[in-house]
Write a protein that binds this ligand. Structure first.
Ligand SMILES: Cc1cc2nc3c(=O)[nH]c(=O)nc-3n(C[C@H](O)[C@H](O)[C@H](O)COP(=O)(O)OP(=O)(O)OC[C@H]3O[C@@H](n4cnc5c(N)ncnc54)[C@H](O)[C@@H]3O)c2cc1C
Length: 223
């Protein structure tokens, strides 16, 4: 599971870089252990342990879930990043357009225009590719003329540019992120990232917690 990487959108991905604790089902047991510390006991067997996780989730005993930590490497368009970093309980480290030059592979192109008119995906994509091409040419021309990267990037479409970031958070706050960003009213693009985090990483790492989360915290799941 560690280092598994899943593609998202045209050029993005989510990769699990680290998980504490890392052993299979050990993460659920870390939550059980943290909760039982109050009573100076630990695991009482699968059935009782799973029941305890459901009790914690149902009654909002949140702190034991903070004992599990996830660290992801994420490549994402800046418009998605702007929404993601509003989650203040995560720790972030983000690539810099001041120090690293953008290339033709760093632009987000949607697969579908989600149009409510006659505009087609082909037209939207065509328009974007043309605009991106012009911006990239201006950007590269500016760099050739020794304009610093921090200013040359003004020629690029800010929302479309891919960045890479580390995102580290605990299971409790990750569930808050997932609940908000897998929901139908979240922007489709961030939903794709949240669903990959949930299905490919969270669920296999914390199967009992995920089951309790779906039962008590996720309305109308699966969506
Ligand atoms: C569909 C959708 C639309 C949105 N639209 C907008 C928008 O139009 N404009 C906009 O500005 N934002 C918007 N947001 C962002 C939203 O308001 C939240 O800022 C963001 O989703 C982070 O949520 P959070 O505070 O629960 O997460 P976190 O920042 O991770 O915080 C988790 C929890 O910790 C607590 N907490 C953290 N920091 C503090 C603090 N400083 N003080 C008190 N409690 C704290 C709160 O209980 C919070 O719920 C939108 C979000 C969604 C999902």
């Amino acid at each position: 599971m560690i280092n598994k990487k899943v593609k998202v959108l045209n050029s993005g991905f989510v990769q699990l870089v680290d998980l504490m604790p890392s052993s299979s089902n050990g993460a659920d047991l870390a939550i059980v252990d943290a909760a039982r510390l109050s009573y100076k006991s630990s695991s009482k067997g699968e059935e009782q342990d799973k029941k305890l996780i459901f009790h914690l989730m149902k009654n909002n005993h949140t702190s034991p879930f903070e004992q599990v930590e996830f660290k992801f490497l994420v490549r994402l368009p800046s418009m998605v990043m702007a929404q993601w970093v509003r989650h203040r309980t995560g720790s972030y480290s983000i690539s810099s357009g001041r120090y690293t030059a953008f290339t033709k592979d760093d632009f987000y192109i949607p697969d579908d225009c989600r149009c409510k008119s006659d505009l087609t995906t082909d037209l939207l994509q065509g328009g974007l590719i043309e605009t991106y091409g012009r911006g990239l040419a201006m950007y590269e021309g500016a760099l050739e003329n020794n304009v610093p990267k921090e200013l040359a990037r003004l020629f690029l479409p800010g929302f479309a540019m891919y960045y890479t970031m580390y995102y580290k958070t605990d299971a409790h706050n990750l569930m808050n992120f997932l609940r908000q960003r897998m929901a139908k009213n979240a922007q489709w693009e961030i939903q794709q990232y949240a669903k990959v985090i949930y299905e490919d990483f969270f669920k296999p790492s914390l199967p009992w917690t995920a089951e309790a989360f779906e039962k008590f915290k996720l309305k109308n799941w699966p969506i």
